[in-house]
Design a protein around this ligand. Sequence first.
Ligand SMILES: [Zn+2]
Length: 186
Amino acid sequence: MDVDQNVRDVLDFGASAWLLNAGGIVSHYPSKLDHQHPSPWLKDRPSGDLIGDAVEAAHKAGLRFMARTDFSKLHRDQFERHPDWFYISPSGQRQIYNGLYSTCPSGPYYQEKSFETFGEILDRYPVDALFINWFLHPLRDYSGTRYGPCQCVFCRRRFAEFSGGMTLPTAENFANPAYPVWRRFA
Ligand SMILES: [Zn+2]
């Protein structure tokens, strides 16, 4: 990515801020966190750091820089190390799309590890804003296939606490009194 060309394009468009992916599914900086996945193409930049280059170019041109993150999916290596971080359907299926595994917002990746990523980005770069993409329970994949509410151990525990002891619904069905409660939980 030519950061100076991107800055010119953002300015030509009449915008005052540039949103660029920083971390989550793929890190565009050399993250030291073991749950992050730095882009293999970072090594093709002299600096080895797209976010460092982009923030500097944006600020030089008077643009605000927004660091985008997305904690909704991870690669297979993380799934194998931390299966409890991931969505599991009522029939016990994982949600895998184009090789990426959907995580669960109730689990430790969203609830704890995302803050480590924000901390690392904020320690390294003078970004003007953080943007969190998705941040939803993954009820469907990008093809529109619906999987139902997650049944992971963290959803079970948190939903029971939230609802005063209800069992997680297994379908998006308002006939089940637990479902509208789950929608508020989710
Ligand atoms: Zn869950």
